[in-house]
Design a protein around this ligand. Structure first.
Ligand code: NAD
Length: 356
């Protein structure tokens, strides 16, 4: 079969890790007899430098024509001083919004081979954990009204969080559907003791839950969730939460898995186009050094095969190859222990391709 994939390499380590994922996809194509056509477009700082805009129209049109989008990461100190509307990160919000990608799936699991890399005590992670964070992606405080105004102490900055029942309902439903294919447990995370949007979130979650009697729903305040994730991560199956809480909790979940360089994500929504990217940023501190871990992006490519291209066997082949690479002791610098010689981005990619 033939597939068209828009590729947005972005900034910092983005090009290095995306090249790794493309190499793995090409190997999968050879193994299973598929042709993946990769269509590169500019996004983020690279797009600002070339066109003056973080998300050029040509990029958006290219993504709309493709079946799915593979993204590296955007941003870096070079563009940090730019006005908010012209920063590379603006492109992330705009593309999610333009493609209607309201559901962000962020799996966080402990690879048995990396149990010693988790900062959690061995007895806490002994049984492993396998969590799916379902983060709302196109609403909430990242998209609300913002600006400066006169307040009690003179000029003040403000951001607002807005959620409608429609937006909450569809993400909660995505979480329940995900849970039905897993261990049938949803934890809805909010701050309903303080925030009105959270109270609406909690009520709506309760209503949607009535349609899924087989799934257990519990509610948790976000501060408690942050604590429970490090106290007993195995208690969670699916966590569903708002844009900002999901952003923060999924970074925490990544660290207890061993490294942020391991966590993939899938963004889906109203249309048929999905976008796949690692949860980490452009890591300017290690860009160009060959130290970046490509596994989060390679695993994002596996999610792309599963969810957008309906190739579950091929997705599993990648996931098994990554498992095997880690079990065989292959380590990039972020997961190498004292005394271990870390592999470069290219060497780790080669290790995965060989195991395919
Ligand atoms: P970051 O995720 O880029 O880096 C945090 C730390 O993790 C750094 O020490 C980095 O070296 C390390 N790291 C990240 N990915 C790694 C990998 N694959 N392998 C090994 N180590 C890895 O977060 P940050 O430093 O807060 O942000 C850097 C830039 O990225 C900023 O401009 C930020 O706005 C942007 N950003 C972009 C995205 C995105 O494109 N989706 C997400 C988050 C941050």
């Amino acid at each position: 079969m033939e597939f068209d994939i828009a590729v947005l390499r972005g900034d910092g380590i983005g090009p290095e890790i995306v090249d790794g994922a493309v190499e793995v996809l090409e190997a999968v194509g050879n193994k299973f007899g598929h042709t993946f056509r990769f269509h590169p477009y500019l996004m983020g700082g690279a797009a600002i430098d070339a066109t003056g805009e973080p998300l050029p129209q040509k990029t958006l049109e290219g993504c709309r024509k493709a079946q799915c989008v593979l993204l590296g990461a955007v941003g870096g100190p070079k563009w940090d001083g730019m006005p908010a509307e012209l920063r590379p990160e603006r492109a992330l919000l705009d593309i999610r919004s333009a493609l209607g990608l309201f559901t962000n799936l962020r799996p966080a699991r402990l690879y048995p081979a990396l149990a010693d890399e988790s900062p959690l005590r061995r007895d806490i992670v002994a049984g492993g954990f396998d969590i799916m964070i379902v983060r709302e992606l196109t609403g909430g405080i990242y998209f609300g009204d913002r600006g400066y105004r006169q307040g009690k102490y003179g000029e003040e900055a403000y951001d607002t969080e807005c959620y409608s029942p429609v937006e909450i309902e569809r993400i909660i439903r995505a979480a329940f559907e995900t849970a039905m294919k897993r261990r049938k447990k949803v934890t809805s995370v909010d701050k309903a003791n303080v925030l009105e949007t959270s109270r609406l979130w909690r009520r709506t979650a309760g209503k949607v839950a009535e349609e899924y009697p087989e799934v257990e729903l519990n509610h948790m305040f976000v501060d408690n969730a942050a604590m429970q994730l490090i106290r007993d991560p195995a208690q969670f199956d699916v966590i569903v939460t708002s844009n900002m809480f999901g952003d923060i909790l999924s970074d925490e979940a990544s660290q207890i898995s061993g490294s942020i360089g391991l966590l993939p994500s899938a963004s889906m929504g109203v249309g048929t186009i999905g976008m796949y990217e690692p949860i980490h940023g452009s890591a300017p501190d290690i860009a160009g050094t060959g130290k970046a871990n490509p596994l989060a992006t390679i695993l994002s490519a596996a999610m792309m095969l599963r969810y957008s291209l309906k190739l579950p066997e091929e997705a599993e082949a990648i996931e098994r190859a990554v498992d095997a690479a880690l079990s065989d002791g292959l380590r990039t610098a972020d997961i190498a222990r004292n005394g271990e010689t870390p592999l470069s981005t290219k060497e780790m990619t080669k290790g995965v391709v060989e195991r395919l």
